[in-house]
Design a protein around this ligand. Structure first.
Ligand code: SF4
Length: 144
């Protein structure tokens, strides 16, 4: 439940399920829901995506709207303070974004590895703040 990176790390480290924040699991006939895991305070502390460990090109998806250019998805932020009734956003009501430098590094990484020319941003609220990563000068200058 919530952000999965640190929860998954605890599972892979073999921690007892009952000690893992953010985990929901079966214990016999019971469903156990642990305490939620606090949000990751600084998304830049997460390692860069390890694309080399994943067969990215097996999952090529073409853009809709008639173009055939290959694209890759990126998330540069998580969360949204709004509560639209139809929304499935589940990573909290607080917006947190990567730094502009980190977001650009991730995009440049996929550009250099796979020759990607198009990126789809799957952020909950990509343009929420004028001070957010996405609207900062380094980001807007570097991603045209
Ligand atoms: S992510 Fe978008 S649709 Fe969902 S609650 Fe926020 S503003 Fe509404």
């Amino acid at each position: 439940m919530g952000e999965g990176e640190l929860t998954l790390l605890d599972i892979l480290d073999g921690k007892e399920p009952s000690e893992i924040l953010g985990l929901c699991y079966r214990d016999g006939d019971k469903v156990v829901e642990n305490q939620p895991r606090p949000r990751i305070a600084d998304l830049d502390t997460l390692p860069m995506p390890a694309w080399d460990l994943f067969p990215v090109l097996k999952y090529r998806i073409n853009l809709p709207y008639g173009t055939t250019k290959y694209f890759m998805a990126q998330n540069t932020s998580r969360g949204c303070p709004y509560r639209c009734a139809y929304c499935s956003q589940s990573l909290g009501y607080t917006f947190k974004g990567l730094s502009a430098e980190r977001a650009i590094a991730q995009i440049k990484d996929i550009q250099s590895r796979y020759g990607i020319k198009k990126v789809h941003f799957y952020d909950d609220t990509f343009t929420i703040k004028s001070t957010s990563t996405q609207q900062s000068k380094p980001f807007s200058n570097s991603t045209r």
